[in-house]
Design a protein around this ligand. Structure first.
Ligand SMILES: Nc1ncnc2c1ncn2[C@@H]1O[C@H](COP(=O)(O)OP(=O)(O)OP(=O)(O)O)[C@@H](O)[C@H]1O
Length: 253
């Protein structure tokens, strides 16, 4: 039976992070299986982005260990890529060059192919300033996935987009995830987004994982699935159980 279990690609063991005397993450323990899609939610300032930056090797833990495929992480790891809310495209490079950044060999072919997969063929020679917000995030996604990372970290990647564009991006991220089998960890404020994408939703509260909720809906997720809204509401109710308003949202149906 054990051999049927998927291997653990990412393990976080007793992770702590403080900035000066401010302890942000107190005790984070987490195991993520290969190919799993995990969403992290929590009130503003609870440390979601800090955790993601630690996983990306952009920040050093105060104590505890992160293992990628069983090896302790120290600094950046080429099999882990991160995508941010603001895309961070280089404005002085054209779209193709942005996607091909850091690639070796026949990079143009790879970058063009990846642009096609995010629905942006024909835009290779445009400047980032000529693209809409949603298109820029498609480029940012292409730039991360062109390296075929084992783990894709998504830090509120759709937070600045309008609701319709966000839904289109959910569909794109889902189809690429189903096709490419990478492991994804998404930080979001949007519980509906978490349910639209993730196998499980993790809540960070007081520097710890306060909830670990498996989303038992089939992929690809459909918003009109009979259990979609009730799953969103169930998670929101668990999160807001103390009656507070924590900056978390779910789109109204
Ligand atoms: N480099 C830093 N130096 C000092 N404090 C920091 C630093 N980065 C983050 N913090 C603090 O750590 C806490 C967690 O920040 P973080 O950005 O991880 O929260 P978050 O949950 O992602 O918030 P939001 O949902 O608003 O983006 C905040 O109090 C923040 O001020």
């Amino acid at each position: 039976m054990a051999s049927k279990e998927k291997e653990i690609v990412l393990e976080v063991d007793d992770l702590q992070k403080s900035f000066g005397s401010h302890q942000v993450l107190r005790k984070i323990d987490l195991k993520v299986k290969k190919g799993e899609f995990v969403a992290i939610v929590g009130r503003s300032g609870c440390g979601k982005s800090t955790l993601l930056r630690l996983l990306a090797g952009l920040e050093k833990a105060s104590s505890g260990t992160i293992f990628i495929n069983g090896k302790p992480l120290s600094g950046k790891n080429p099999s882990v890529k991160i995508m941010f809310q603001d895309g961070r495209l280089l404005p002085w490079k054209k779209i193709l060059q942005n996607v091909g950044l850091g690639l070796q060999g026949d990079w143009k072919e790879c970058a063009n192919q990846m642009l096609k997969q995010v629905g942006l063929d024909g835009r290779a020679n445009d400047w980032p300033s000529e693209l809409s917000g949603g298109q820029k995030q498609r480029v940012a996604l292409a730039r991360a996935l062109v390296h075929e990372p084992e783990i894709l970290l998504l830090d509120e990647p759709l937070g600045a987009l309008d609701a319709l564009t966000r839904i289109e991006m959910h569909q794109l991220i889902q189809s690429l995830w189903l096709e490419k089998n990478f492991t994804a960890i998404l930080v979001t404020h949007d519980v509906e987004e978490a349910v639209a994408l993730a196998d499980r939703v993790i809540l960070i509260e007081n520097g710890e994982i306060a909830m670990n909720y498996p989303v038992k809906l089939p992929h690809p997720r459909k918003r009109d699935h009979a259990l979609f809204s009730s799953t969103v509401n169930h998670i929101l109710n668990r999160i807001l159980g103390d009656g507070g308003h924590h900056g978390l949202r779910a789109a109204k149906n």
